[in-house]
Design a protein around this ligand. Structure first.
Ligand code: SAH
Length: 374
């Protein structure tokens, strides 16, 4: 009997837990050159492999004809190990919305969604397997946190979409990913280091990274205030989305339990600081729940809370029609209540949009496919 091929695993000593395979997308270019050096490979191979991955969007070693045939497998297993396998892809909107359920090396399940619109393609990615934030209306929040994802696992979700678009597999002809939103499973700022690494890989110019504009990347958070402040200092002006869902502490403590640590006032102040520092408008996410947070008086209170932090147009509100999770007591708002909510915010000069419900029939919103498989 032959020995099973060992997976390129690195062990996390303190917890004794296996880590995801190391991949070039985990590393900066200088770190890739160093890895090549350590492996006794010429440094320029790291650049060639980076160009295959980020620029040519090639993942098949057969197509890497500038690498010596005899070394290709070694190079690919050192720099581009397989990180995840697609378990299932669901399509909606005639194939322009595609949700993929991924199985990671340790069996953890995550999902990503590609949404093609006229003139842009948005990829919604996961940053953790599960989530520890326990928001009661969110399917992912019900299952708890399994583990953080690695930088490369986050990046690879985007690259899988980029390859499918490049190969013309998405209706509408060959295309590129223009936007990435961290609105899949997980709380991105609770996996801060890996998420920042992923943002850098996505925005670094090719071949070091994918060369996207930071403006096209949105990080959505429950409001981990110290991490929001830290994000200002990173110097990557991503768009920040704050999942507020209620303008008052009493209700927000229930809907977004981390609010008991960081109050509405503190959280909104940190969002305003982010907007001031980056001159990027912050998006306030507000999932509309019938009879819970959608009253006209709460729209007025939300406007008050936002205005308390300044009126230079630092903020806009994005209402999300609730996607009810199985067995939950919450349902979506009455359309008339939703319209009144929008009207009141706009009357107070707050730009307000209602998120489209793309992919609803394939459970495009938040963790539901992985939840049913898990
Ligand atoms: N942890 C991050 C990203 C989570 S998902 C955050 O909380 O911002 C992105 C958005 O979807 C969040 O605003 C989240 O509150 C919202 N969301 C979660 N479950 C939902 C549901 N069932 N219906 C509508 N929006 C939901």
């Amino acid at each position: 009997m032959s020995e099973p091929t060992p997976l390129p695993l690195v062990f996390d000593a303190p917890k004794g837990r296996a880590k995801p395979p190391r991949h070039l997308a985990d590393l900066t270019m200088p770190e890739r050159l160093e890895l090549a050096n350590e492996a006794g490979l010429p440094a320029f191979r790291a650049r060639q492999l980076s160009a295959h991955y980020f620029q040519r969007l090639v993942d098949d070693p057969e197509q890497m004809t500038d690498l010596p045939a005899g070394q290709r497998d070694e190079l690919v297993s050192t720099f581009l190990p397989q990180l995840m396998t697609p378990l299932r892809t669901l399509e909606a909107d005639r194939g322009t919305t595609r949700k993929t359920l991924w199985k990671l090396f340790d069996g953890a399940l995550v999902e990503s969604v590609l949404m093609r619109y006229p003139g842009r393609v948005t990829m919604c990615v996961s940053s953790q397997a599960g989530c520890g934030m326990a928001c009661p209306f969110c399917a992912t929040g019900q299952g708890g946190l399994q583990r953080n994802m690695s930088t490369a696992e986050i990046v690879e979700q985007v690259l899988a979409g980029a390859r499918a678009l490049d190969r013309g597999e998405v209706p509408g002809g060959p295309g590129r990913v223009s936007n990435v939103v961290f609105m899949g499973m997980g709380e991105p700022l609770a996996n801060y280091k890996a998420v920042i690494g992923a943002v850098r890989r996505l925005t670094d110019p090719a071949p070091d990274g994918l060369g996207m504009s930071a403006r096209g990347v949105t990080v959505s958070t429950v409001g981990l205030v110290p991490r929001m402040r830290q994000l200002v200092d990173e110097g990557v002006p991503v768009t920040l989305a704050l999942s507020l869902h209620a303008p008052d502490d009493e209700l927000r403590n229930e809907l977004v339990p981390i609010n008991t640590r960081f109050s509405v006032a503190e959280t909104v102040a940190a969002a305003r600081e982010y907007a001031d520092a980056t001159r990027r408008r912050v998006s306030i996410e507000y999932a509309m729940m019938r009879g819970i947070n959608d009253q006209a008086w709460r729209a007025d209170l939300l406007a008050d809370v936002l205005h308390e932090h300044g009126t230079w147009g630092w903020v806009h509100v994005n209402l999300i029609p609730l996607n009810p999770t199985p067995g939950s007591k919450w349902t979506a708002s009455d359309p008339a209540d939703e319209r009144e909510f929008v009207r009141r915010l706009e009357a107070r000069g707050i730009p307000t949009t209602v998120r489209d419900t793309r992919g609803r029939e394939i459970d495009g919103a938040c963790g539901q496919l992985a939840a049913t498989e898990g």
